[in-house]
Design a protein around this ligand. Structure first.
Ligand code: FE
Length: 135
């Protein structure tokens, strides 16, 4: 069953498991993290938009992509403030800010405050949570 509440897409865990590959499911729906330097988009620089791998919502633009040297694709900002939501994450003995897709509530990664000026934000995002749509 798919129910759309405004811009929200709600599926059961079983439905997501059937739709997504196992590695994408683990990151997007279970909050996992891909190993660093393994993702498809760590070093990409082509112009285009990175969509949510769960619901195809445009999330990040290539113009905001930075090489943070972490082994994960990194951005200074989402395409708009409305496409992501933030959750306090205290797992693994750390206090971090988790970034989720606002439409499907999929786990994307985390945001840190050590990004370049003027925004100062660094969105550290799993490649597995994204799909690249070239311009
Ligand atoms: Fe999504």
């Amino acid at each position: 069953m798919v129910s759309r509440m405004g811009e929200r897409i709600i599926r059961t865990e079983e439905e997501w498991r059937a739709l997504l590959s196992p590695d994408v499911f683990e990151v997007l729906r279970m909050g996992g993290t891909e190993p660093p330097h393994t993702g498809a988009y760590v070093h990409t620089s082509e112009p285009g938009t990175y969509l949510c791998a769960g619901c195809r919502t445009p999330l990040f633009d290539s113009s905001t992509k930075i090489d943070a040297g972490t082994g994960w694709p990194s951005f200074t900002a989402p395409v708009s403030a409305e496409v992501v939501q933030y959750v306090r994450d205290t797992r693994f003995g750390m206090v971090r800010t988790e970034v989720r897709c606002v439409v499907c509530d999929g786990h994307l990664g985390h945001v840190f405050d050590d990004g370049p000026p003027p925004l100062g934000t660094r969105f550290c995002i799993n490649s597995l949570s994204l799909l690249f749509n070239p311009r």
